[in-house]
Design a protein around this ligand. Structure first.
Ligand SMILES: Cc1cc2nc3c(=O)[nH]c(=O)nc-3n(C[C@H](O)[C@H](O)[C@H](O)COP(=O)(O)O)c2cc1C
Length: 327
């Protein structure tokens, strides 16, 4: 019988399917259902950097000033009252008591301001690991790519100095040299890189001449970017690679494991199909493993990844020429 055990950040997961940070993982009752349905681990709903800074500003400086724009700071103060840091620590404690799967805390951050102070509390509350959702906005044209990437490393170094928790970093796909970035995150102290975060994509309604936002749920074809970069980086990143975005069924999980993913994070498919989807995906992976006579995930993980970056580069180039060279 196929064994789906997976080592991720030094933790043993009973399945490579991690439920990604979202409303699904924002309360203990729901997390119990996810665990029962066969999730290997959960990444809790994120605390936002602004929440932490607002809490620090209230506690320490009494000012509550984060961005210096009254309406924005008022919203952050309101959000912080509704979702307090203490509530987050209580969520970790209660969830840890209720499930046996690893519980990963999550922080969504856009700067290396002093929000890292919270790491000690997360450790004390009993989180098994920490995932940072990092997006340092590249909107300032005076900043160089190197400068922006240095901020990513600086954040990871600061967090690393404050907590011994195993650390994953979820990033977006838009970097000049993703392999270098993943290696740099590893050198700074991250144990895993999650490829990729899914950004909201604003659109324009030409009838109403207004902005509209795209769906917050992914489609089942969006995994291709994660598949490509997992295959290219899983052997060379210097961190474990976890795949995310557009992973909706067991077959897609198998593809990502073949490409070298340590685990996958899923959200939209569970929203769309309910937590029974997790069991279906696990069953699908186990059935395929039995058919192929694989008894463990390590027996096939990475067998279809880019062997060496140079070979992968040549392979990609030849595929591109075959496809478009004569058109
Ligand atoms: C309703 C909803 C809430 C989310 N909240 C968070 C969050 O708090 N922190 C985070 O890092 N990602 C958050 N995400 C992003 C997911 O963790 C995930 O990266 C994204 O949905 C892509 O995975 P999927 O294609 O399986 O949905 C959220 C996604 C959804 C749909």
């Amino acid at each position: 019988m196929a064994n789906l055990d997976t080592q991720f950040l030094g933790l043993t997961l009973s399945s490579p399917i991690i439920i990604g940070s979202s409303g699904l993982t924002g309360n203990t009752a729901n997390i119990c259902k996810l665990a029962e349905a066969g999730a290997g681990a959960v990444v809790l709903k994120s605390i936002f950097e602004e929440q932490i800074l607002a809490s620090i500003a209230r506690e320490v400086r009494k000012g509550g000033v984060i961005y210096g724009q009254e309406d924005v700071d008022e919203f952050i103060a309101y959000y912080e009252r509704m979702h307090s840091i203490n509530d987050y620590m209580a969520l970790i404690r209660e969830t840890k008591k209720s499930v046996s799967i690893p519980v990963v805390a999550s922080i969504n951050a856009t700067s290396d301001k002093e929000w890292q102070a919270i790491c000690a509390d997360l450790t004390e509350a009993g989180a098994d690991a920490l995932q940072l959702n990092l997006f340092i906005s590249p909107f300032d044209t005076r900043l160089s790519s190197d400068g922006i990437e240095e901020t990513y490393y600086s954040v990871v170094r600061k967090v690393r100095a404050l907590t011994p928790l195993p650390l994953a970093v979820k990033i977006g796909p838009f970097f000049t040299n993703l392999g270098r970035l993943a290696a740099g995150l590893g050198e700074a102290g991250a144990g895993a890189t999650v490829l990729f975060n899914r950004y909201s994509s604003p659109d324009i309604d030409v009838k109403g001449l207004s902005m509209k936002t795209g769906s917050s749920m992914s489609s089942d074809t969006e995994y291709l970017s994660a598949l490509r970069w997992t295959a290219l980086l899983s052997r060379s990143a210097g961190t474990q690679v976890v795949a995310a975005t557009g992973i909706h069924d067991g077959t897609t999980v198998i593809k990502l494991l073949l490409a070298g993913a340590r685990a996958v994070e899923v959200v939209s498919t569970v929203y769309k199909n309910g937590e029974s989807r997790i069991r279906e995906m696990n069953d699908g992976i186990a059935k395929w493993m039995d058919e192929k006579s694989y008894t463990s995930i390590d027996a096939f993980r990475g067998t279809m990844s880019g062997e060496k970056v140079d070979d992968a580069r040549i392979f990609e180039r030849v595929q591109y020429m075959k496809r478009f060279g004569d058109i």
